[in-house]
Every structure is written in structure tokens, then in C-alpha cells.
Design a protein. Structure first.
Length: 160
């Protein structure tokens, strides 16, 4: 397997609490786009998988979607694959930078799957990603994909 596939399979998502740091928002260049259609597809597929397990549906949150978009575009622009952004930011930093206060945050990333269905299947086939997808702690989500088939799915819960 390639390194990117192995990284996708072993990354289990991150849960983090608030820290006093407030990193600056990353503004990816305009030439790297993210797809809103894919976000809707990912959300629908995610909630279908959750319903199969008797779990509540997650609500799309624009702040989490912005955090996902920033990271997907950053990875596409800089050509890397990691939960750590090119500026050293972690998922909690990116979510906080978008103004989403949280008591739970997790992130799934993937690279190489051309469709929302394929990326959701890959995440459901991975123990750590599946755990994030089916987390009872999550209430909201935001998803994005960028050129080069970079995918980011962010989960959150605020006001806990």
C-alpha cells in the first residue's frame, strides 16, 4: 500500500479541548477550489451510516465546513497529507479560528478517492475513521474536498 493509504487507514481522528491559542485563519489561494456538492453528498452519506446504527443525524455547520475547506485547500495547494496544517495548525486550531467553540472535535482526512461515496466507504472501512463517523459525542459536521481528491470531514459539538 502507498504511504497515503496507510496514513488514511491509521489516522484515528483527534479530540481536543480548548487552548488559549488563537491562530490566524488560513486563506488558501483562489485557484484551489473546494466543492459544496461533495459536502452535501458526504453529509448525506454520513447521516445514512449513522441512521443504520440508530444514531442521531449530524447538522452541517458552516464554521466546521470552513475549517474543513481551509485544510483541504491547504493540503491541495502545498501537496501534503496530514492533520497538521502547513502553518502547524491542528484540527482544534482550525475549528477555533473559524469561531466554533467546542467541547468535542475530530477530523477525518483522505486523499485519492474521486467520489464522496468512495471516500465515505474508505472511512467506514477504517476503524478510527468509522469511530469518528459514528461518534455519539458529535452534533455537527463540515466537509470539503479540493483538487487532487483531498477530503476533510470535521466533527464537532458546542455548548456541552
Amino acid at each position: 500500500m502507498t504511504l497515503k493509504i496507510w496514513m488514511t487507514l491509521i489516522v484515528t481522528g483527534l479530540m481536543a479541548g480548548c487552548t488559549p491559542e488563537e491562530p490566524a485563519k488560513v486563506a488558501p489561494p483562489a485557484h484551489v477550489s473546494a466543492s459544496a456538492v461533495s459536502q452535501d453528498e458526504v453529509g448525506s452519506l454520513l447521516n445514512t451510516e449513522r441512521a443504520k446504527q440508530g444514531l442521531h443525524a449530524l447538522t452541517m455547520n458552516p464554521k466546521l465546513a470552513a475549517a474543513a475547506r481551509v485544510h483541504a485547500q491547504d493540503m491541495a495547494r502545498a501537496g501534503f497529507f496530514s492533520h497538521t496544517g502547513s502553518d502547524g495548525s491542528m484540527p482544534a486550531d482550525r475549528v477555533r479560528a473559524q469561531g466554533y467553540g467546542f467541547c468535542f472535535v475530530a477530523e477525518n482526512i483522505a486523499q485519492g478517492q474521486p467520489t464522496a461515496g468512495q471516500v465515505m466507504q474508505a472511512w467506514m472501512d477504517s476503524q478510527g475513521h468509522r469511530r469518528n463517523n459514528l461518534s455519539s459525542a458529535a452534533r455537527d459536521y463540515g466537509a470539503a474536498n479540493a483538487q487532487g481528491d483531498y477530503w476533510v470531514l470535521v466533527f464537532g459539538a458546542s455548548g456541552c
